[in-house]
Ligand binder design. Structure first.
Ligand SMILES: [Zn+2]
Length: 266
């Protein structure tokens, strides 16, 4: 590991730590995370930050956070608390796409139906243009066929599975994947971007798009999806407006504790 890498919590700005806890709470508030699922943020080329093994909604202080290595998905500190078994989703995506700054893994039940049907999830309302005309689906069974000794519990529990999933996001363009979102068959989805806030936004609007698409299918008529050009044009909308609202929503809710928030400091 190079000298200028961030390898300890004490090297991370309080602003980023606070924002990370907010992201965990916001994703729970919006039903993207329950007891399971997780978000991470890159700290430096070879490290990233993620919760320890707990429901992210309950992460409250730096004691709940761990610095991980991109190289192998293991914690930098030998005495780190237990981590998520699926942390290799994050490490392998950071490895494959050097400009990706944040990764979300969600088990959203709004999205899972599209991972097991032949109907692709695609952009059908203007906040979700980044989804494009067909979100890819990664099928873990392709790895199981090659390595039948796996437990086959659908989870991404090592670097081999993580690498195969990362590849499904497509080739790297300027260090970012071709597809910002990929569904995981019978499991959930992954969203990526160049910032923590944008990854949260993409997660929220991926689930909202799934709800809209499902409702439109229920009408039983032909659906007019967004074109590729419309998707690219609307995909540029930012987080400036929603983020402060989302932060306020979780700060006002007593379920969530954020020891690093200004609101909680004397
Ligand atoms: Zn999972």
């Amino acid at each position: 590991m190079r000298d200028n890498e961030i390898t300890e919590i004490s090297q991370i700005s309080e602003e980023l730590l606070c924002k990370y806890l907010h992201a965990c709470h916001i994703l729970h508030y919006h039903d993207l995370l329950d007891a399971y699922g997780h978000i991470s943020v890159r700290l430096s080329p070879s490290t990233f930050l993620m919760c320890r093994y707990l429901a992210p909604a309950l992460a409250a202080s730096t004691d709940d956070l761990v610095v991980y290595k991109v190289e192998d998905g293991e914690a930098v500190a030998a005495d780190a608390p237990r981590g998520f078994s699926e942390r290799f989703i994050h490490s392998e995506i950071y490895k494959a796409y050097p400009e990706t700054q944040s990764v979300l893994h969600s088990h959203s039940l709004d999205v899972v139906p599209f991972s097991i049907s032949s109907t692709p999830l695609q952009a059908c309302f203007h906040r979700a243009g980044f989804l494009g005309t067909a979100v890819p689906v990664w099928d873990v069974a392709t790895v199981y066929r090659e390595y039948p000794d796996y437990l086959q519990d659908m989870k991404v529990t090592d670097t081999r599975l993580g690498l195969d999933l990362a590849k499904s996001l497509g080739s790297a363009v300027n260090g970012q994947p071709t597809h910002p979102v990929v569904l995981m068959r019978g499991h959930g989805f992954v969203a990526t971007s160049d910032s923590l806030e944008m990854t949260v936004l993409r997660g929220v609007y991926t689930t909202q798009n799934a709800k809209v698409q499902m409702a439109a299918v229920g009408l039983g008529e032909q659906i007019q999806f967004m074109t590729e050009r419309e998707g690219k044009s609307t995909g540029k909308t930012g987080v400036v407006k929603p983020w402060p609202l989302w932060v306020r929503e979780v700060e006002e809710n007593p379920l969530y504790r954020n020891d690093l928030s200004k609101q909680n400091r004397p």
